[in-house]
Design a protein around this ligand. Sequence first.
Ligand code: FES
Length: 95
Amino acid sequence: MPIVTFFPSGQTIQVEQGSLLFDAAVKAGLPVASSCNTENVCGRCNMQILKGLENLSFQSEQEVKLLQRDKNPTTDRISCMTRIVGDCTVTTRYW
Ligand code: FES
């Protein structure tokens, strides 16, 4: 099962393959910004991927549009639209 590491705390959590990044952070007890309740609209749940970008699901056109709309780098990931397929290390701008 993939291991997600959260920076800067260094906290780790093991998740089922295919889990949403958003759900992994919540399961780890970390706050995740959201104003759309994971309906893929607000874009607030974006995260920065420090390691393991290749271990995440491909970006959809909708995800790229959300990142661009909010002027976030397209290397960020919208966590409620991103599935985990292998180990990764992530952070947000507010942790
Ligand atoms: S929680 Fe709104 S887009 Fe992810």
